[in-house]
Design a protein. Sequence first.
Length: 387
Amino acid sequence: MDEFASITHWTGRRQSAEWQRARGVLLGIGDDAAAVDITGASDGILGAKHMVLAVDTMVENVHFSSETMRDEDVGYKALAANVSDIAAMGGVPLHALVSVAVPKSYGPERMRRLYDGLYECAERYGVAVIGGDTTSSPDRLVISVTLTGTVEAGREVRRSGAKPGEGVFLTGAVGLSAAGLHLLLAEAGGGGAAGSAKQRLQAGDVEAGHVMPHAEAGYLELIQGQEQDGERETGQSRAALVAAHQRPSPSVRAGRLLLEHGCSSLNDVSDGVASEAWEIAEASGLRLVLRESSLPLNDALKEYGVDASLNPQEWMLYGGEDYVLLGTIAKDKLEEVRDVFREEGLPFFEIGETLEGPVGVELVRESAQSGDERNIPVAKRGYNHFG
Ligand SMILES: Nc1ncnc2c1ncn2[C@@H]1O[C@H](COP(=O)(O)OP(=O)(O)OP(=O)(O)O)[C@@H](O)[C@H]1O
Ligand SMILES: Cc1ncc(C[n+]2csc(CCOP(=O)(O)O)c2C)c(N)n1
Ligand SMILES: [Mg+2]
């Protein structure tokens, strides 16, 4: 199959012209460039709007491997990661351009499956696929998605908007994706340790008083004492962790609600809560204090941590690829937001607060015995491609 036949095989008859027109698409796949009219898009935005744009790339053996993701998952996640960036601006995702570099080992059927996943995500979030670029690759698959979205003019939610004295929240569970990756690599055989190398503490972190490594007792012992689930639940936990890794659910609806209720900053969790919290603290020039007991420790994550004798907090703070939102909002707005999220059946976890500088991120740890509290500095690290 030549290049043009391939593109048609992947993209043909996936989205009707009518469906695309509702997203403001005037001209889709097939010409030198696509043409869109954002003012004509039915995106739920009344009045003046601005465009928000994001691009995100996934590289085989960096972001995924044949052991961790099916082809459909790669397509799904490549788009979902971008949807999450648009959600983190409070925007509505609209149009995607998809660039792929395809190795010979990926025949037409594998690429078609990749696009099955991509279009599944596109349908879920209402994204029109309007173009892309196709090349060959000598060795590994690379997929890069560019996504547009819209947001009320001048209302995009930035990282720099947090003020001292606000609440810090998460719109979903964290750490599951990293635990899912660990599990998949461990099941693939011996890869567990290698796969989690990025999640291990670097020498010096312990002495510096940074958050504990998996070897340190405290947290793990605390949760180990709690009841273990049976066989059936273990299977369900595995599925939850794997799904979190392969099929993230970006918080678009949450982002829209948060914009509407005047949240002051947002960042999506791609590199880990610690890293994203640091980005908000630095951009806004303040201290961000997280409460250890308020971090949402998911049951599946807890169970896997106990089974693997690894500290799930490491995944929660430094794992990444969760694609939920971390943000800040004035404390007097917390109650109404809490209520709205409950009504809509969306998770909302209040995990800390912002304080006046110096810039940094801390974790408040309460001693189980004495009830004493101490603030531990949270290391500024997460997934780093050049680290
Ligand atoms: N991987 C892809 N996924 C979705 N659409 C694609 C993909 N590759 C190309 N397209 C779309 O298919 C059409 C034809 O692509 P093609 O690369 O031939 O055009 P082009 O961009 O004019 O080429 P050139 O790069 O030489 O300028 C364009 O509308 C392009 O956006
Ligand atoms: C096989 C395999 N090994 C390691 C990882 C972990 N990983 C890769 S990129 C990334 C952060 C987000 O990327 P970016 O910053 O590029 O958006 C993380 C946590 C994985 N997903 N698959
Ligand atoms: Mg981001």
